[in-house]
Design a protein around this ligand. Structure first.
Ligand code: ADP
Length: 308
């Protein structure tokens, strides 16, 4: 089974012609209330494809809790370990202008309660999971506690980047990052080790993943948008143990949540016993599927949907 420890949000999406300037009011066209949050997105992606998934997280006692968890419920994610805390559910207020540019205000709300003491209450579940999945939208000590308690394979998506204990990254198998996050992970590990090579600006991607592994990360998946992903792990048999996994060519409509679709699909496939490269191949196709539709969770495939 897969256990995702992470965030759940209600995303309030307003479409406008232009973003309001400070002090200005603009008219919006319509409002959508969608389930979001990286943790929930990843859990939904894995569950829709058929994985058995449990979610460890928190929502508030307000009206947004239902919106935040509706996608999880529809996908059949086990919510027995969802905690309801006093106060507000995590909310993202998003304005989407006609040019497609987003402005976003994120209110962590109940996600801030997913700390080490909450996570430790689910030690049994974490110890027994085939795969535990973590991201950066909950407190740092919650991530660290979950990494410590994971009994099986640990998938760490350092998104958004938070200053976790480098020991978390050294347990990640794989660490899933985009280019920006990969550089941040290098800085975290380098500071810790002190002896690593200096991190300069423009490193080629295969060099970045090579350095992450040299600094003690067991395996790395670097996502590269339309270019797919690089997979780096011991024993892949290719040059420097790095394999490039292409993404299928699709007409991209909205890349929101594509990275989360990738991570969820990857985790589900690893839990089924696939190897990392095979899992990344599937994840790249699921990511490409997700960019063909708008929004995050609504654009994710179900088992049986034809993937590009
Ligand atoms: P993030 O949004 O976290 O930076 P990426 O942009 O790398 O993540 O996207 C994650 C995955 O989604 C990619 O590895 C790829 O499989 C898929 N993807 C993203 N953008 C495209 C695209 N334009 N065409 C095809 N696949 C895409």
């Amino acid at each position: 089974s897969v256990v995702v420890v992470g965030s759940a949000n209600a995303d309030l999406l307003a479409r406008t012609a232009v973003h309001p300037a400070p002090g200005e009011t603009v008219l919006g066209r319509d409002l959508a209330v969608l389930p979001g949050g990286k943790g929930a997105n990843q859990a939904v992606a894995a569950a829709r494809l058929g994985a058995r998934v449990a979610f460890v997280g928190a929502v508030g006692d307000d009206e947004f809790a239902q919106a935040a968890t509706s996608g999880l419920r529809d996908a059949g994610v086990d919510l027995d370990r969802l905690t309801v805390v006093e106060g507000s559910t995590g909310v993202a207020v998003v304005t989407v202008a006609a040019d497609g540019e987003n402005s976003i205000v994120v209110i962590p709300g109940a996600n801030a309660a997913v700390d080490a003491s909450l996570v430790r209450r689910h030690a049994d579940l974490l110890a027994g999971a085939a795969v535990v999945v973590l991201q950066g939208e909950i407190p740092r000590d919650g991530v660290e506690a979950a990494a410590h308690l994971a009994g099986g394979r640990l998938v760490v998506n350092l998104a958004p980047v938070i200053e976790v204990d480098p020991a978390v990254l050294r347990r990640a198998d794989p660490l899933v990052v985009n280019e920006h996050e990969a550089h941040a992970a290098l800085r975290l590990l380098d500071r810790d080790g002190g002896t690593g090579p200096g991190v300069s600006g423009e490193l080629p991607d295969d060099e970045v993943v090579g350095r992450l592994r040299a600094l003690g990360v067991p395996s790395v998946v670097l996502t590269r948008g339309a270019q797919g992903a690089l997979v780096a792990a011991r024993g892949l048999g290719a040059d420097g143990d790095v394999v490039s996994v292409p993404a299928p060519r699709v007409d991209a409509v909205d890349t929101t949540g594509a990275g989360d679709a990738f991570v969820g699909a990857l985790a589900g496939e690893l839990a089924r016993g696939s190897g990392l490269v095979d899992a990344a191949h599937l994840a790249a196709r699921v990511g490409a599927f997700a960019v063909r539709g708008s929004g995050a969770q609504p654009s994710y495939p179900w088992a049986g949907d034809e993937l590009p």
